[in-house]
Design a protein around this ligand. Sequence first.
Ligand code: SAM
Length: 215
Amino acid sequence: MDLATFANHQSTPAPPLLEKLARATWQRTRHGRLMTDVQTGRVIAMISKLMQPTTILELGTFTGYGTLCLLEGLGPEGTLHTVESNDELFSLQDEFWQQAEGGHRIQRHHADALAFLHQWKVPLNGTVDLVYVDADKQNVNAQLDALLPLLSERGCLLFDNTWWNGTLYSRENGTGGSAAKADAMRRLNERLLSDTALQTVTVPTGDGLSVVRKA
Ligand SMILES: C[S@@+](CC[C@H](N)C(=O)[O-])C[C@H]1O[C@@H](n2cnc3c(N)ncnc32)[C@H](O)[C@@H]1O
C-alpha cells in the first residue's frame, strides 16, 4: 500500500455524495484526472470546517468536487463563489449541488478567473476568508496579486498542484504548455517562501497543497 492510500485509510471517508460525484466525473467527462483527489478534498474540507468561513472563493470549478468539500465548512449565511470558464460542466455541477445541503449558497460565475478577480475587486475587497486556487496555472502569480487585497484578516489561500505533477521536486520539467505551467508554479512557490508578509505550509497530499496566510 502506498503512503497516499494509507493516509486515505486513516481518514474519515468523504461523504457518499462526493463518492457519487467522483464516479460521475470519471464516467461523464474526458478529464477525470483534473478533479481534486480524495485526500486533498478531505484536507480542504477540514480547513473549511475549522475556519467556518463566511465568504469562500474557488477558482476553477471543474465538476464541483472541491466546491462541495469547501461547502462542508461554510458558515451560516455564508456564500461560496466559484469561477469556471467552461460552461459545458454546468449541468453536471447543478445535478450534484442540488442534492447537497446548502447547495443553494453556491454562486457560480461563468468567467475567466483573472478577469473575475479584477471585476469583483470592489465587492469582495477585504472579505474573503478562504480561497481555493485551482484554475489556469500559467496565471497563478497574477491571481495571487489580485487575491491578496481580497483577503479578510483571517484570510487563507489554498493552492493546489504546487508540486506540478511532481516535476518541481524531481527538477524535471514537462514539455510545451506544461513546462510554462511548471515555471509559473515554481515562481509561485518561490514567492510564497520569500514574501515575509506571508506564512506558508505545503501539505504532501495529492499534487502538493500549499496553505497560505498573512504572517
Ligand atoms: C484542475 S480543474 C479544477 C478542479 C476542481 N477545483 C475540483 O475540485 O475538482 C481546473 C478547472 O479550471 C478551469 N479553467 C481553466 N482555465 C480557466 C480560466 N482561465 N478561468 C476559469 N476557469 C478556468 C478548467 O475548465 C477546469 O474545469
